[in-house]
Design a protein around this ligand. Structure first.
Ligand code: BGC
Length: 812
């Protein structure tokens, strides 16, 4: 009879003893980019790891990734302010991971929104440690309930992307303990995360993969973490120092700084074998937990619920934040005849951000499809882009590109010698984003051929992503050339933020076969040359497009105007340089709102942007990057589904108002001089009014805060009962927030508890908030101390909308 997991330690010891030193050390570096080497002697199967925070992508990175489930981005999940919603998300992702053969999900990302320019803002939860920690705990428990490991990342101080491999985050002990570590601590101590990822950056002088104080002293010894510490991809850059610091697993492999070098270190006595054994034991323990040891039961069947898509749609509704509403929403479809759907994000909807979190969704419900579903066929919907703010074109798609040899959707890729001889060829998927080019012996040129089906006559755009000398051949036209050369050898930049050049060419409607020749850039240490082809249909002049959109707005009963960003604007490895919406989007909003006061603006973005026109539209909805069911979720809210979200981060009125803006290290150092004063706490400290405060979000009903009863004290923790009444005409959901304000030391308030409640019309409900004693302590002189002095609790709808105040009983 197979035994149940988790494995007992004696069993792990037996398996460990069955392995040779060579097998052990080999196991400690990935067998490839996404899997570990199996060890038959230990009954250990190959463990598979996959990104990430918006759903498991699978064990590859590019156009050949399997269709996945694309969930709302983490900033949307945090906006639900609800641990159960996070649990549900984690659970659905875990089930999908199991079905894809994934043992370890590389999520959640629990770094904080320190600067709104942070490139991975969309991938992180919030500016607040408590909201981040609660979301983290729910998510990890959900993932691990399916027998898949969650990976809490990036430990720690990886709150921005500029020079992320090398910068040294200087963070004082109190700030680390009170602000940046709590999500990690909750992940380990409360949720029991099975994997943690060491970040690229250094903290206080030591790079995180070598940071013994934080990896061993804090994570493993103080918090009792018994899982695996994996390096971020390519973050391990030393042998002995990282092995001795507490790093357990180097990824990716099979190359890397451990391998034979680590074997030698053990043989020469620099790294004790007991250190290796501890790492291997942790991997075996992980394997036991995820069902990858033979003779042990796996975690059981993983059945994806049949209504998964409906649940994902509901998750996106939960996260969407209604920022303003002058009464336009919800729309009543029965009263509508003509709707104008306008804006760049209406045409090119952004369900997700960019970088390693990117997945290939099985489908995406666009806003147009979503509106069609709720409005039916009788309402006319006109669609206009208005402006084109994107820096890159979308990849080719099946409707546009055909492999001229097979006739299947895609591209024919030929590998040619210097004299033009064809050496080999292959078919590529049209949207292939990462052509896996290992150029091979004698290959001097790549030729990509595809038959384009052009729906309109006019000026077409074709873009080439990647480096090299590019030539575009279109029948009957002179060839066009472009040199795209990369400086330096940063392969991560090339993969995560590839350069793109757009060629334009005139052509009539119909079919035409185009050919792109690429001569690789030879001075790069890796073979990737061509990453993909993009295409865009002919469009009119910017002025003409804007005018057409405004005219359509004027003629409609109601306008749904979608602006925002995309996976190039918000992506890993680069921070943003501005909070402004790209291109002429602000102008588009101003003009459309002037043309039709019945305009609902929907912002489709993962991070805060400046909205200088925020008071113009009759309604303003923030949809984030809402995942594959996003179009339906947006339509649901516009027509009456309760918008569940509250902002997990402060939206500044002006760029200079953001308490921390720059993400640029100075002399390699990123000084967190602001200490714990980030987000709403900093706005309060400097008496600056944000555009929309942390915690803000409207419901379709109205709420009266009636009573607040606080029991307990600063040492024992608090129980807070808040009575609220739904004073509107329909059922709704409210997020009750409690902030603790010290009265004698001038420190700004901080969130200490929240709870969401639902109530029908006229119904009163009691929201119960529990504030554990740990949330009432401060870090001082190397330890936690209870707060003293007079404090009050402020209860309300956001950090700036306090409805009730109660004194906090002093410790007895
Ligand atoms: C990212 C990680 C990710 C890893 C694997 C890194 O660039 O920082 O978050 O899990 O790549 O894709």
């Amino acid at each position: 009879m197979p035994r149940r997991q988790p494995a007992d330690e004696a069993d792990l010891t037996r398996r460990l003893e069955a392995m040779s030193l060579k097998e052990k050390v080999t196991l400690l570096t990935g067998g490839d980019a996404w899997t570990l080497t199996p060890v038959a002697a230990a009954g250990l199967a190959s463990l598979a790891l996959s990104d990430g925070p918006v759903g498991p992508r699978g064990t590859s990175f590019g156009g050949d990734t399997p269709p996945a489930l694309l969930f709302p981005s983490p900033s949307s999940l945090a906006a639900a302010w609800d641990e159960e919603t996070a649990y549900e998300t984690g659970r659905l992702m875990g089930l999908k991971a199991r079905n894809m053969g994934i043992h370890v999900l590389l999520a959640p990302t629990v770094n904080l929104h320190r600067s709104p320019l942070g490139g991975r803002h969309f991938e992180c939860y919030s500016e607040d440690p408590l909201l981040t920690a609660r979301t983290t705990v729910g998510f990890i428990k959900g993932v691990q309930s399916t027998g898949v490991a969650a990976t809490v990342k990036h430990f720690v101080g990886n709150d921005s992307e500029t020079a992320r491999m090398t910068y040294d985050a200087r963070i004082d002990a109190r700030t680390l303990r009170e602000t940046y570590l709590p999500p990690f601590e909750a992940a380990v101590r409360e949720a029991g995360a099975w994997v943690a990822m060491a970040a690229y950056n250094a903290v206080n002088g030591t790079t995180m993969t070598e940071n013994r104080e934080l990896l061993t002293g804090l994570l493993k010894e103080e918090w009792g973490f018994d899982g695996v510490v994996v390096s971020d991809w390519q973050a391990a850059r030393s042998t002995d120092a990282s092995a001795l610091a507490g790093l357990d697993l180097v990824m990716p492999g099979p190359e890397g700084p451990w391998g034979d070098a680590l074997l030698t270190s053990v043989e020469q006595g620099r790294v004790p074998e007991s250190v290796i054994n501890d790492k291997v034991r942790r991997i075996l323990r992980l394997a036991a937990r995820v069902g990858a040891l033979d003779g042990m039961d796996g975690p059981g069947a993983a059945l994806q619920p049949e209504d998964t898509h409906a649940r994902m749609r509901e998750l996106a509704v939960r996260g969407s934040v209604l920022l303003r509403n002058d009464g336009l929403l919800p729309l009543n479809p029965d009263t509508l005849r003509k709707v104008a759907l306008i804006g760049p994000n209406a045409i090119r909807f952004a369900p997700q951000g960019g970088g390693s979190a990117h997945v290939t969704p099985e489908h995406v419900v666009t806003p147009l499809a979503g509106l069609r579903h709720v409005l039916g066929e009788d309402v006319e919907i006109t669609v206009h882009q208005g402006v084109f703010p994107h820096s890159k074109l979308l990849p080719l798609d099946a409707a546009t590109a055909t492999d001229p040899v097979t006739g299947a959707p895609g591209v024919r890729l030929e590998y040619r010698a210097a004299d033009g001889t064809l050496l080999s060829e292959e078919h590529q998927d049209p949207a292939a984003y990462w052509f896996p080019l290992n150029l091979g012996e004698g290959v001097e040129e790549l030729v990509a051929r595809t038959r384009l089906t052009l729906q309109d006559s006019g000026t077409h755009r074709l873009s080439v992503l990647g480096t090299g000398h590019h030539t575009l051949h279109v029948p009957g036209q002179a060839p066009q050339t472009h040199d795209e050369l990369q400086e330096g050898d940063d392969i991560a930049s090339l993969l995560l933020n590839p350069p793109s050049h757009t060629f334009v060419f005139p052509a009539d409607r119909g079919e035409t076969e185009v050919l792109v020749r690429v001569r690789p850039q030879r001075n790069l240490p890796y073979p990737i040359t061509l990453l993909g082809l993009g295409y865009d249909v002919p469009r009119g002049s910017d002025e003409g497009e804007l005018d057409a959109a405004v005219a359509a707005a004027a003629e409609a009963d109601v306008v749904v105007l979608m602006v925002g960003s995309d996976a190039d604007t918000e992506a890993e490895n680069v921070d943003r340089t501005t909070l402004a919406l790209r291109g002429r989007q602000d102008e588009l909003v101003e003009r459309v709102c002037a043309a039709n006061p019945r305009t609902a603006v929907v912002v489709n973005a993962g991070s805060p942007f400046l909205l200088p026109w925020a008071d113009r539209p009759a309604a303003l909805l923030w949809s984030w990057f809402p995942g594959q069911e996003g179009g339906d979720a947006i339509a649901d809210i516009l027509t009456g589904a309760e918008p569940g979200g509250r902002l997990p981060t402060t939206f500044p009125a002006a760029e200079g108002d953001a308490p921390v803006l720059s993400t640029h290290p100075v002399d390699g150092r990123l000084d967190y001089t602001e200490g714990g004063l980030i987000g709403y706490r900093a706005y309060q400290a400097s008496d600056t009014a944000p555009l929309f405060p942390f915690g803000h979000g409207l419901s379709y009903t109205t709420w009266e805060y009636q009573d607040c009863v606080v029991t307990g004290d600063l040492t024992r923790g608090l129980a807070v009962e808040v009575t609220i009444r739904n004073t509107g005409g329909r059922a709704g959901r409210e997020v009750v927030q409690a902030y603790l304000e010290p009265l004698d030391d001038g420190e700004p308030r901080r969130l200490v508890g929240f709870a969401s409640v639902e109530a029908g019309p006229s119904e009163a409900v009691v929201a119960t908030l529990t504030v554990e004693p740990e949330r009432l302590t401060t870090w001082s002189d190397g330890g936690w101390v209870a707060r003293s002095g007079p404090h009050r609790l402020q209860v309300g709808r956001s950090a700036a909308d306090v409805r009730l105040t109660a004194a906090v009983p002093r410790s007895s």
